[in-house]
Design a protein around this ligand. Sequence first.
Ligand code: GCB
Length: 618
Amino acid sequence: ILSSVGLSLGAVGKAQSGAAPPAPTPLLVAADLRPGTDLSGPWHYSVDPYRAGLAGFHGGEPNASERRWADIDVGATMRKGDGAMFEFDMDSAPITTLPASWLTHAAEMRYYQGLVWYQRHFQAALQNGKRVFLRLGAANYKTRIYLNGTPVGEHEGGFTPFAFEVTKLLRNGDNQITIGVDSAVTDTSVPPPVTDWENYGGITRSIRLIETADTYVDDAWVRLTRNGALAIDAHLDGPRAAGRSIRFFIPALGLSRAGTTDANGNWRTTIAAPRALERWSPERPRLYDVAIEAGDDRWRDQIGFRTIETRGSEILLNGRPIFLRGISLHEEELGVSPARVITPAAARALLTEAKHELHANFVRLAHYPHDETMVRAADALGLLVWSEVPVYWRISWGNPDTLATARRMIAENILRDRNRASIAIWSIANETPITDARNGFLTTLAADVRRLDDTRLVSAALLTERSTANGHPVMTMTDPLAAQLDVMGINTYNGWYGDDRLADVPAIEWRVPADKPLIFSELGADAKAGFHDARAMPQKFSEEYQADYYRQTLAMAAKIPNLRGLSPWILKDFRSPRRQNAFQQGWNRKGLMSETGQHKLAFDVLTGFYRGKEDGGR
Ligand code: GCB
């Protein structure tokens, strides 16, 4: 699999690297279901706008006598007086509750972008033969971790998990953990500094110590292949990983298979799918308890089995054509002051609106990997998922470090979520202007996705150009990247941005390749909930205008032969600092609901359309 996928697709330009994408280690797949110690709760925090904690006294690199305060067990060494800086005193710094973005810690943190230090103590009881990993579900954007004064590791990227082994650094009894999170995004980061969403700095997802046996299942991928077999890949990590007995189970199917790992700790097997296996679908989201045992380690997950593929311009779920009745959402909980805390209840609240109010069968989790809780909720509720990385707008396409960051992010996302039946589409980019450098960058990402997961579809939200012909508007998509995608995504805002009148929208002609499925990955218009305009031509930002926009755009969509779904923008109003007019006041108002969940008129328009599609309608 490692050889040639990207390079042979050459129509667009060459992939910048044919090597395998870097896999994060340790991976700890399905870590959220492993036993461990939860470190969420009260933490001290301290802002560090000059990043002094990383520097010497005069800035720059610290010299030998000027150890960075962050490298030091602050409480203990300050008492010994060994030269530690006394400008930071975490033990008496203010306290907040993690996980949560710092935007809500204090009023003055609202627009802070930079470095914040967090610290807390916890008790540990060391056990022989056990390994311990510190795992963060995500921290935005750059993270540095210290345990008992020793640097543990660093991570870049705000939306994917990472873990470090801390077995040898843990002390029996009291331990001190310090985490520096820097939210600053730069021209070379992923995403870049200008986006249309709030840059929620901080530790926004779970913080846990995960305990495993000395040799444990680090990675496992259990899926239904397109030719109807259950395929299982497992990887053990630890001193006894090679030549180890391993066993796979699905108790509800009475299925069990034993084997032995190879010299690298890998085991792979395929099993004909049992007759009794129920396929996962939005209508019947059947999940099975799955386990893998190796020595004294037991790995478990809950997994659904289904196939997703394309045939011509159709998208097939379990072999049958499906229309994706979607909605987009950001990772932002309902409420007047979201802190990007996605608890299982918050995820359910959002996805239940999509599933049971809107009659959706599909969600676009924009514009970055969402909390694992969200994807698990989609698995359980029965919603197909478009999952993406924040390769958004103006990325530094020519910068090899930026490419390396994006590739690692894609790998972290796919390896975290390959076992989720809900995920149907991996998307590699959103609205990225076409250049040779960009084409090469995205070719590399598309090839990475196919190497890591050959069971799902690859997509991207592509840009279009507007022209006119015989007096009607024409939208054309000529992006060469389309040749490498299974599904083309297009964001359309005709009738909102630009000069098209709403009445002209249904007549728009779409010129896009017809040989593969197209989905409108976005469409939308702002409305302030409760702002009404009953005139025949309602003004923008009224609920009536937004509802009309949906009616006209859906009429337009009905005329596109290969349109196989849509994920309008967006379920709920979301915070965006670039939206400051009187209706917006810091919020993008394209939600079908307000930030507190009040439905706007357009919600019902889309619900009506989706109910019509539910009965097999196209
Ligand atoms: C887009 C972007 C999305 C924005 C949206 C808008 O095309 O992909 O991130 O929020 O338009 O509201 O303009």
